[in-house]
Design a protein around this ligand. Structure first.
Ligand code: IYR
Length: 337
C-alpha cells in the first residue's frame, strides 16, 4: 500500500485531498495529532482513531496524542485533579493498543494552553468568531442539554491547538469536522501572538460507528452499548452476540423510518481488518469448515450471499476484538492492583 492509500484508507473525508496528497509525497517527520478528552478508559471510538494513527506511523508520521485536560474541564467532565488522574491512565492503554512508543508524543493540553500567548490568541478568536459559529462547531461534541460559555471557548482552543502543536495534519472522528472547519476559516485571519505559523492545516476524519444494538444513530460512550478496555472476554462476546447484524451491509430503515447500518460489519472494516492481515472464521467441519478472509470486501460479500452466517461472523469478531483489547485490559489491571 502506498503512503497516500495508507493515510486515507477508511477515512470518511479528507480536507483537502490535494493537501493530503502533498503530505503523502514526503510523510517522513511530518506531525499528526488526535486529541482526546481524558476519560480514563479507552473505548472502541478511541481505538478507531488510534488505528488511523498506527497507519500514519507506518507511513512515517510522528504522532502526537493530545490529552485534552483543559478541554475536558471546559466540557464539565470533573475537577481538574480528577481529569489529570484519568489522563495518566490513558497513555499506557494507547501504547498497549499498538501505538509505537518511540514515535508517539503525549502532550497535556495544560502544558501550553495556559501560557500567555495561547490565552491571548484564544481571546483574539473570541473577538473574531460569532457566537453562532462557535455554537455550530460544538453541536456534535457537547454532551449535555445546556450550552455554557465554556462550550464556545472549547472549539476556538481546539482550532488553535493545531497551530501550537505545529501539526501537518489533524485527525479526528467525523464529529470533529465542524471544529476543523472553524480552524480552516479562522486561523488564517489571525494576527497571532506566537511564532507558530497561522496557516490552515489539512484534516482527516474517521467514521463514527453505528449503535451496536440497533444500528440506528451513532455509538456513544455515554449511552447504549460500547466496548472498552475494561471489558472481559465474556463481556465482549456477550455484547457482540447481542449486536444488530442482518446479512447485509445496507440494512432497511427500521419501522420508524430511521436509517440503519450494520455495526458488526463496520467494526470488521474499521477496527479489525486494518490490524490483521487475515481473518479466520472458525466453523466445525459439518458447517463447511473454517473461512479465511484477506480483506473486508470478501467477508462482507460472504455475509450478503449467506455463505457466512451472522452468528459465525459475530463469534470471530468477538475473538479479534478481544485480541486487540487484551493488552490494555492487562494495563488497567496492573494500574488498579
Ligand atoms: N474535541 C475532542 C477533544 C479534543 C481534540 C482535539 I484534536 C483538541 O485539540 C482538543 C480537544 C473530543 O471531542 O474528544
Amino acid at each position: 500500500m502506498d503512503a497516500y492509500e495508507l493515510i486515507t484508507r477508511n477515512a470518511t473525508e479528507v480536507v483537502t485531498d490535494e493537501e493530503v496528497r502533498a503530505l503523502a509525497d514526503d510523510p517522513d517527520g511530518k506531525r499528526v495529532y488526535v486529541g482526546y478528552e481524558p476519560s480514563g478508559v479507552l473505548h472502541i471510538g478511541h481505538m478507531l482513531t488510534a488505528n488511523k494513527l498506527i497507519d500514519l506511523q507506518e507511513a512515517g508520521f510522528e504522532v502526537v496524542v493530545l490529552l485534552a485536560d483543559v478541554h475536558a474541564y471546559l466540557n464539565d467532565k470533573g475537577t481538574f485533579a480528577e481529569i489529570r488522574e484519568t489522563a495518566e491512565r490513558m497513555r499506557d492503554q494507547f501504547l498497549a493498543y499498538g501505538l509505537d512508543a518511540e514515535s508517539t508524543e503525549f502532550v497535556y493540553g495544560s502544558e501550553f494552553q495556559l501560557d500567555e500567548e495561547y490565552v491571548l490568541d484564544t481571546h483574539e478568536l473570541e473577538v473574531s468568531t460569532t457566537l453562532n459559529r462557535a455554537r455550530r462547531a460544538m453541536a456534535e461534541i457537547q454532551g449535555g442539554d445546556t450550552a455554557k460559555v465554556s462550550h464556545l471557548v472549547y472549539p476556538l482552543m481546539q482550532a488553535l491547538d493545531i497551530v501550537y502543536l505545529d501539526l501537518d495534519l489533524a485527525v479526528g472522528g467525523l464529529d470533529q469536522r465542524k471544529v476543523h472547519m472553524l480552524h480552516r476559516e479562522q486561523i488564517p485571519t489571525m494576527d497571532g501572538e506566537s511564532d507558530h505559523a497561522y496557516e490552515a492545516r489539512p484534516c482527516l476524519h474517521t467514521p463514527i460507528l453505528a449503535d451496536l444494538d440497533t444500528g440506528v444513530g451513532k455509538m456513544s460512550s455515554s449511552s447504549g452499548t460500547t466496548i472498552s478496555m475494561e471489558d472481559s472476554e465474556a463481556d465482549i462476546a456477550e455484547k457482540i452476540n447481542g449486536a444488530f447484524c442482518p446479512p447485509t451491509r445496507d440494512p432497511e430503515p427500521d419501522d420508524e423510518g430511521n436509517e440503519r447500518e450494520n455495526p458488526v460489519l463496520e467494526i470488521f472494516e474499521y477496527s479489525v481488518f486494518p490490524r490483521f492481515d487475515t481473518v479466520v472464521v472458525e466453523r466445525p467441519e459439518e458447517y463447511g469448515g473454517d473461512l479465511e478472509y484477506d480483506d473486508y470486501e470478501s467477508l462482507a460479500a460472504d455475509l450478503e450471499s449467506g455463505e457466512l452466517h451472522p452468528a459465525d461472523a459475530k463469534g470471530a469478531l468477538a475473538d479479534y476484538l478481544n485480541e486487540l483489547i487484551a493488552p490494555g485490559r492487562e494495563v488497567l489491571r496492573e494500574l488498579d492492583a
